[in-house]
Design a protein around this ligand. Structure first.
Ligand code: ADP
Ligand code: MG
Length: 346
């Protein structure tokens, strides 16, 4: 069994399924008028005003997360963020989630409580109603599946397929941090395996570890774009790395692009840690995933509205499909983008 801080361990079986659900969800307070009925009946009932956005993610222990270094509270928070990020990437507002879990009896109640602390925290921070889910047992590890529901006015929805030649390519925040955070945590895990008394050396990597363990979905950007009266022509969230997401937009919009290496936003921590680990920071930004920033395209005529905003960086522009999707390097070389990063450099 896993241990928690106080070393108390309550067998899940002692509560029973209904006792467990009640225990995990009795603090839920519904916030949205659109939530007519939440947890407690055969199904929830919603009454949304606009078009409905629905998205699901399934997270599997050992595949998507490693409880060796991911605290359950952070896992709960991140599992919610991953879903909210997809709703925001449609230019919509997330309103409700359902949470389904499969748990093996290796987990005590206290571990599942921690998971739900993170889930409730995320719901509170992003004004989300937890409206249901399912609870079952697993013979192996932990599985979490979250479904997020959001809404968007018909005229506001943004797909991946609307980018046009000459549009500007814009990214939020900075990139590569979550991937490097994972590298730091993996390295500490190996050190700990070799010497369980070793103190983790994470202080100087706080920003990177936070990017990996506690990502924030960019709800603020959807609100900002609305205030600036900018509607992106195409949008996607960055879960798999900049390169792969740009290619999704290019493929679905039937366009090409020029992405400028020198424009890719990198934090100081990413730059210094790449030097220390002998990694190429452009590769890390292009191929490292899980930053949960937004990538979008806007008409050139909207440039003045976003110019100078510290959250937004123009990293390139859209071209005709026949021109292909390219990275323009600092040395002004053009290299074709691939889902793994780019061809020809390492
Ligand atoms: P059913 O047998 O109809 O599937 P359950 O007993 O599984 O109903 O669930 C009872 C209520 O608790 C339902 O409203 C369901 O959505 C909710 N629920 C079940 N599991 C969870 C969970 N892990 N998190 C949040 N709500 C849950
Ligand atoms: Mg059920």
């Amino acid at each position: 069994m896993l241990e928690n801080k106080n070393n108390t361990k309550t067998d899940l079986a002692s509560l029973g399924e209904f006792g467990l659900i009640e225990h995990l969800t009795n603090t839920v307070k519904l916030q949205h008028k659109s939530t007519i009925k939440g947890i407690g009946d055969d199904a929830a009932v919603l009454k949304l005003k606009h078009q409905t956005i629905v998205t699901t993610d399934l997270l599997v222990e050992g595949v998507h997360f490693d409880l060796g270094y991911v605290p359950l509270k952070h896992l709960g928070y991140k599992a919610v963020m991953v879903n909210l990020s997809d709703v925001y990437a449609m230019n919509g507002m997330a309103k409700q989630i359902t949470v389904s879990i499969a748990v093996s009896n290796r987990f005590p109640l206290e571990a599942i409580e921690e998971l739900y602390v993170g889930i409730h925290l995320a719901c509170k921070a992003y004004n989300i109603d937890l409206i249901g889910g399912d609870t079952t047992s697993s013979t192996t590890g932990l599985l979490i599946s979250i479904t997020a529901i959001g809404e968007v006015k018909k005229e506001d929805v943004v797909y991946r397929n609307g980018a046009k030649p000459s549009d500007l390519l814009v990214v939020t925040g900075d990139l590569g941090g979550a991937y490097l955070g994972l590298q730091v945590l993996e390295r500490e895990k190996q050190v700990f395996k070799a010497n369980p008394n070793a103190q983790p050396e994470l202080d100087k990597y706080t920003y990177l570890v936070e990017r990996q363990l506690k990502p924030e979905a960019r709800k603020d950007i959807i609100i900002l774009l609305k205030a600036l009266e900018v509607k992106p022509t195409a949008m996607i969230d960055i879960s798999d790395g900049l390169s792969s997401e740009i290619l999704h937009i290019c493929k679905q919009s039937k366009v090409g692009c020029d992405l400028y290496e020198a424009k890719i936003p990198l934090s100081q921590e990413v730059i210094s840690t790449c030097e220390e680990f002998n990694m190429n920071s452009t590769t890390v930004a292009l191929s490292g995933g899980e930053d949960y920033e937004l990538l979008f395209t806007i008409a050139q005529s909207d440039y003045d509205k976003i110019k100078g905003n510290p959250n937004l960086t123009v990293i390139g522009h859209i071209t005709a499909k026949k021109d292909g999707a390219y990275l323009v390097t600092r040395a002004n070389q053009k290299i074709e983008l691939t889902a793994q990063g780019w061809n020809g450099l390492s």
